[in-house]
Design a binder for this molecule. Structure first.
Ligand SMILES: C[S@@+](CC[C@H](N)C(=O)[O-])C[C@H]1O[C@@H](n2cnc3c(N)ncnc32)[C@H](O)[C@@H]1O
Length: 306
């Protein structure tokens, strides 16, 4: 993980060592997490890569195979981890995660409560945001998911910042030990309204809660419950558009899918200083892979008493 405090065990070592987890990057949509081991090899369409060649190189290095093909060896940041983790559940993606971290006002030192943990996609970003001296307490009632999440946090060096508990948060609420101690609470549960009264008790005065729900009916029911102890209740849907930017001739990129191509001419001079007769164009268009609806994010601030 990137921000460094070695005492908290999330230091991003500049050089890869035996046992490190690296994200092997082929393309932005082809990546995989690999645990480095002295005798390990990685085989892909670019050839055979010996892990021993990676050890001692800085994260971000280009590594070559026996055939001369290459990959990049990247550090497991939360952004990359979210893209490569094994999906044991539906997960939150970068657009929603960024919004959550911002609107929950999570800064270093915060205490954050979360349920359910799921695949830990959001948890890794929460952990980095509270580092080096905050903590994330995350709960899931599914024992095996909790075990797998703990293993993942250990692998990516976050275990000192996250505690995973097994608990039915909708049925029992958060543990009493957190009464009045949480700076923020995040819920990704099927019936969040059942957990909201407990979440309200856990929050410090002025603390913020966020609930993620895929269906608007869940949002409506949550908002009804929130009204009794929260204020500033707002719901957002975050939609992300990705653009592909290319240089070439406009005709070579005719639009097959109805999306509009935005273009601007790039003036090019040949070696004799004359302008080229067929100028290159820089073109941009939305890619088809834009993520549609993921869910609704409802935020609310604990009402001040008195
Ligand atoms: C959609 S997943 C959460 C995904 C997570 N936000 C992520 O980004 O990876 C929902 C999780 O809530 C857990 N869950 C459902 N009901 C629960 C309850 N009553 N108490 C605790 N966890 C619960 C499920 O086991 C599941 O792992």
């Amino acid at each position: 993980m990137l921000p460094a405090d070695s005492s908290k065990n999330i230091s991003f070592k500049r050089c890869i060592t035996d046992g490190d987890l690296v994200i092997v990057y082929e393309r932005h949509d082809v990546m995989k997490p690999v645990k480095v081991s002295e005798k390990g090899i990685l085989q892909n369409r670019f050839g055979v890569f010996k892990h021993s060649d990676w050890i001692g190189k800085p994260f971000g290095s280009k590594a070559f195979s026996s055939k001369g093909g290459f990959v990049y060896l990247l550090a497991p940041t939360p952004e990359l981890w979210t893209l490569v983790l094994s999906h044991r559940t539906q997960i939150l993606y970068i657009a929603d995660i960024s919004f959550v971290v911002m609107y929950l006002e999570i800064v270093p030192g915060c205490v954050v409560l979360e349920s359910g943990t799921g695949s830990g996609s959001l948890t890794t970003s929460l952990a980095r945001a509270v580092a080096p001296n905050g903590h994330v307490y995350t709960f899931d009632f599914h024992e095996q998911r909790a075990v797998s999440a703990r293993e993942d946090f250990e692998r990516i060096g976050l275990s000192s910042l996250v505690t995973v508990g097994v608990r039915d948060i909708q049925g029992e609420g958060f543990p009493d030990e957190f009464l009045g101690k949480a700076d923020s609470v995040f819920l990704d549960l099927p019936q969040p309204w059942l957990a909201i009264p407990s979440a309200a008790k856990m929050l410090q005065q002025d603390g913020v809660l966020c609930s993620f729900s895929p269906c608007i009916e869940q949002v409506q029911r949550s908002c009804e419950t929130l009204k009794s102890s929260f204020t500033d209740i707002r719901t957002f849907e975050v939609l992300l558009h990705t653009y592909e930017v290319r240089e070439g001739h406009l005709a070579s990129w005719q639009d097959g899918d109805g999306g509009s191509v935005k273009s601007c001419k790039k003036r090019q001079r040949s070696t004799n200083g004359q302008e080229n007769s067929r100028p290159q164009t820089v073109m941009a268009r939305r890619t088809g892979e834009a993520r549609g609806h993921t869910g609704y994010l409802t935020f609310a601030r604990l009402s001040c008493i008195g």
